[in-house]
Design a protein around this ligand. Structure first.
Ligand SMILES: *Cc1c(COP(=O)(O)O)cnc(C)c1O
Ligand SMILES: [Zn+2]
Length: 413
């Protein structure tokens, strides 16, 4: 594969030639998360503005030349990516922003951005001849892994913390996964999955570890750039747990910049919940990450020990972006706000980036004359309990028009 020439360790900087496939840096062990190195001149032969203009593949595989895959049989997959990028009609105005776009990744086949990473992982597992793929996850990586594997005929062993929302667990069971619900937090869930992978030799789809996952998630940035005709917004806001998504967003824009397809990389706003914000704490205190409790209802980003810290920190630093934390109340408010103003229904972690934009505008971090893309990373239907916590209960009425009239409900809308 001439498009991909090697790996570089994000910790020690050592480079390795591509193939045999590496998971982490042999010198650094588990902490040695790798970057995958592309030969952009080779990539450009297969992928450029002209090829994309002619490409009728409306899925993330339109960018397969920028993935470390042989690229066979991808049209058989569930349709991942090429999700809508909506120009905001109301929310941007309410916030006083010149332009706001919403990238709705809840529209993916298993209803979260994680499908982008799981698709690449399943493709790689098939390429390498595995029959079982293993994943530990706060929920969405799990359900996307299970769904995409089911479609392609792979078995799955999935570890989730006991607290995972019912909607996500239901997805797993419907997709026929072997589900291990771990009596413990995400960190303990991760450790158990790691031990199982070592013992049974499954293909490893753990977000922090496997370097190809970032290369799937980066397609969200490639799409944003293409959908904006290669002029991305000043800011792109994304919610952060393990740090793999934000790392991918940066990688996508970085690839395009290196290939001369965009002129600048947007500033990346990394958003966490105040109940679990190891990245924000580290940035504010100018120190390394320290493990934090996982006290937020945004379960998908309740990650006390992020597995991909280097790529996440680099994304914000190299893009000239910012880290910001929002409370769970702000997250619930953003859920209502995004739903009411734009018709986009996100799960708590899905709208955390929106809550971050609201706060960043208030704090003057984002200026009114700047343009913003906010990524909604997962559908609100995955977590109906928290949606109802945000929205409250409906008005219960007798089936009688007089009662309805007397209630004053209709006149007050
Ligand atoms: C996983 C996830 C995130 C955060 O991604 P990380 O790679 O863990 O930082 C954000 N939102 C949703 C809905 C997710 O499932
Ligand atoms: Zn290393």
């Amino acid at each position: 594969m001439r498009r991909v020439y090697g790996y570089r360790c994000t910790v020690c900087g050592k480079e390795y030639p591509y193939g045999p496939e590496l998971m982490t840096c042999p010198a650094c062990g588990e902490k040695g998360i790798l970057d995958i190195l592309f030969d952009y001149d080779e990539v450009k032969k297969e992928l450029n503005r002209d090829t994309l203009k002619a490409d009728r593949d409306n899925s993330m595989w339109r960018y397969k030349a920028l993935m470390p895959l042989k690229g066979e049989g991808l049209s058989k997959f569930l349709r991942i990516g090429w999700t809508p990028l909506y120009e905001s009609l109301r929310l941007g105005n309410e916030l006083g922003l010149r332009k706001l776009y919403i990238k709705d990744d809840g529209i993916n086949p298993t209803a979260s951005l994680k499908d982008r990473a799981s698709g690449v992982a399943v493709a790689k597992a098939i390429e390498l001849g595995y029959d079982t793929i293993c994943c530990s996850s706060t929920g969405n990586a799990a359900s996307s892994c299970a769904g995409n594997a089911a479609r392609m005929g792979l078995k799955t062993v999935i570890f989730v913390p006991e607290r995972a929302p019912k909607g996500k667990v239901a997805q797993l069971l419907i997709f026929g996964a072997n589900v291990i619900s771990v009596r413990g937090d995400y960190r303990q869930t991760f450790e158990l999955s790691k031990a199982a992978i070592e013992k049974w030799g499954f293909y490893n789809r753990n977000a922090g570890i496997n370097p190809i996952l970032t290369e799937g998630k980066k397609t969200v940035a490639l799409e944003i750039a293409e959908q904006l005709n290669w002029e991305p917004t000043d800011w792109v806001a994304v919610s952060v747990g393990d740090g793999c998504t934000i790392g991918g967003v940066y990688n996508g824009f970085h690839d395009l910049y290196e290939m001369g397809m965009i002129d600048r990389i947007p500033k990346i706003l990394g958003v966490q919940s105040t109940g679990c914000c190891p990245f924000v704490d580290a940035a504010n205190n100018h120190r390394d990450l320290v493990p934090t409790p996982e006290n937020t209802l945004a379960d998908s980003i309740a990650v006390g020990v992020p597995r991909n810290p280097k790529k996440a920190l680099r994304a914000v630093k190299n893009s000239g972006g910012r880290w910001i934390a929002v409370s769970d109340d702000e997250i619930l408010a953003a859920m209502r706000l995004l739903g009411r103003t734009e018709g986009v229904f996100g799960e708590p972690a899905g709208v955390t980036a929106t809550a971050g934009v609201v706060r960043a505008v208030k704090e003057g971090i984002i200026r009114p004359d700047e343009t913003v893309t906010v990524i909604s990373t997962g559908s609100g239907l995955k977590d109906v309990n928290n949606a109802l916590k945000a929205a409250g209960e409906p008005f219960l009425c007798e089936p009688d028009i007089k009662v309805l009239e007397a209630s004053g409900r209709i006149l007050s809308i």
